[in-house]
Design a protein around this ligand. Structure first.
Ligand code: ATP
Length: 317
């Protein structure tokens, strides 16, 4: 019964959230599994079963413009709200890069460069206006959205939790998980110590009206959820919010766990993540301006070197 009513309670919370604080679009998608602007084609097929070993992601000459307000369905509340203040233009232009299976690609670039938009297109929250996004070699427009959602785990900056128990928040990612599996995921996400100290343990109610977790703790719980879901592909938006150094180190360790063996696209803000990336894609105003490893890009003395000197180097972590 809790499983039935849990999502309904959560749904009403989220609506209030959306109205009042304009939560990120991914967050609403992640929580509610909304399918607002795209639909399965009649002969859509699921992604291949062997994705765990073949999960590449490819953007092939992708261009994208956010739909104008009149084209947006009512479900995509954030888009509607943002369009009231933004003039839609071309957000991405001829973007191409490949993330081979098991690789980590870091997206970096100034605010508004299009990093979050790329992560939304990989999960097919919108359809591209030009070019093709492929997952495991398949055009994402030709596969079922259910299989795409199963294949991709998104951890956004401000992880949303249902107003429900920690257990319910985790089971949402994998309904059949045992207590031992929950504990293992919480341990790997560096949050078990905290959870086990709470009077009600995993049955503690969290969220705005429950036990208040800090930003870093919420993110670690979201990582535990990701570890339970175990998707072959991870899209991660690293937090920019300042975390205290202990929390920061714990989040870093949890992220490292979450990325092992997966194909990953990380909107990276930390130098440590960027340096570990197999490749760094540097975006500026919707275009890929540079691509390479940390060393290659520093030597090129372009936008990356500039960002490095002004943003990453002083906070090197
Ligand atoms: P930041 O680092 O600040 O998060 P970003 O590189 O992730 O920026 P995006 O959020 O992808 O950039 O935004 C790229 C452009 O698209 C910006 O001009 C932004 O204002 C616009 N944009 C983003 N989301 C929407 C939306 N839902 N509707 C309309 N325009 C949008």
């Amino acid at each position: 019964l809790t499983r039935l009513y849990g999502p309904i309670t959560a749904l009403s919370n989220v609506q209030v959230d959306v109205m009042t604080t304009l939560v990120s679009f991914e967050r609403v998608i992640e929580v509610l599994d909304l399918k607002p602007t795209v639909a399965d084609v009649p002969d859509a097929r699921p992604l291949p079963e062997d994705l765990a070993t073949t999960a590449s992601v490819e953007l092939d000459d992708v261009s994208f413009r956010y739909p104008a307000a009149s084209e947006v369905s009512l479900a995509s509340l954030e888009s509607v709200a943002r369009l009231q203040t933004e003039v839609p233009g071309t957000t991405l232009e001829h973007v191409s890069f490949t993330v081979p299976h098991g690789h980590l690609v870091a997206l970096v670039g100034p605010s508004g460069a299009g990093k979050s938009t790329i992560s939304a297109l990989v999960a097919r929250l919108y359809d591209v206006t030009g070019g093709t996004v492929r997952v495991g070699g398949q055009d994402v427009r030709e596969v079922t959205q259910a299989s795409l959602r199963d294949a991709i785990g998104i951890v956004s900056q401000d992880a949303h939790l249902f107003h429900d128990t920690i257990r319910a928040n985790l089971l949402y990612a994998r309904p059949g998980a045992t207590d031992a599996e929950l504990e293992q995921a919480l341990r790997r996400a560096q949050i078990w110590d905290l959870v086990s100290r709470l009077p009600d343990g995993v049955d503690t109610v969290v969220g705005d009206r429950g036990y208040r977790l800090s930003g870093g703790e919420r993110q670690r719980l979201a990582i535990a959820r990701l570890l339970l879901k175990a998707p072959p592909i991870v899209v991660l938006d690293e937090a920019t919010a300042h975390l205290d150094s202990e929390s920061e180190a714990a989040v870093q360790r949890a992220l490292a766990e979450a990325l092992v063996g997966r194909t990953a696209i990380v909107i990276a803000h930390r130098l440590s993540t960027i340096r570990e990336a197999d490749s760094i894609v540097v975006l500026d105003r919707g275009r890929v301006v540079e691509q390479g490893t940390h060393e290659d890009l520093l030597a090129a003395r372009g936008l990356y070197a500039e960002l490095y000197e002004t943003q990453y180097a002083p906070t090197a972590g």
